[in-house]
Design a protein. Structure first.
Length: 133
C-alpha cells in the first residue's frame, strides 16, 4: 500500500464471502394459507381481476391485499366449466366443431340444462380429447 491509497493490484477485500440464497418454494410460501377451499390458479385468472383486486386493496389501504378482498373481486363462477374452457381457448364455436355438436347443445351444457346422459357423454368426449374438464 502506498501513501496515496491502495495500489491497483492490491485487493481491497481480502476476506469477502459470497453466500447464494434461494427464495422459498411456492409450496413454502403458500403453506400458511388454508387449503380446505378451492382457490383459483392465479396463472389462469384474467389480468383484469388481478388488477381490480390490487386496486381495491390499495383503496382500502390493505397491505398485503387479503383473501377477503380478492374473494370479493373474483367472479364466483370463475371455476365453472365455461370460463375454464374459454380461458384455455375452447369457445363454443371450437367445441361445436371439435365434438360434432350444435352450439345450442354446448350452451345448454354450460347452463346445466342439457339432459344428464348427453351432458355426461359430452364431458367424456372432452376428457378423452384432453380438455380441462
Amino acid at each position: 500500500m502506498s501513501a496515496h491509497g491502495p495500489s491497483p493490484l492490491t485487493p481491497i477485500f481480502t476476506n469477502l464471502n459470497i453466500h447464494a440464497t434461494h427464495p422459498p418454494s411456492a409450496r413454502e410460501q403458500t403453506r400458511k394459507y388454508p387449503t380446505g377451499r378451492r382457490t383459483p390458479n392465479l396463472a389462469t385468472v384474467p389480468e383484469q381481476y388481478l388488477s381490480l383486486a390490487l386496486e381495491t386493496g390499495y383503496q382500502a389501504s390493505e397491505k398485503p391485499v387479503g383473501e377477503a378482498i380478492v374473494d370479493s373481486v373474483l367472479s364466483k363462477q370463475i371455476d365453472d366449466l365455461e370460463p375454464t374452457l374459454t380461458r384455455h381457448g375452447y369457445t363454443t364455436k371450437v367445441l361445436t366443431e371439435m365434438l360434432g355438436t350444435k352450439p345450442g347443445e354446448i350452451r345448454a351444457l354450460f347452463k346445466q340444462t342439457l339432459g344428464f346422459d348427453r351432458a355426461r357423454e359430452l364431458k367424456e368426449q372432452m376428457l378423452a380429447a384432453g380438455l380441462p374438464v
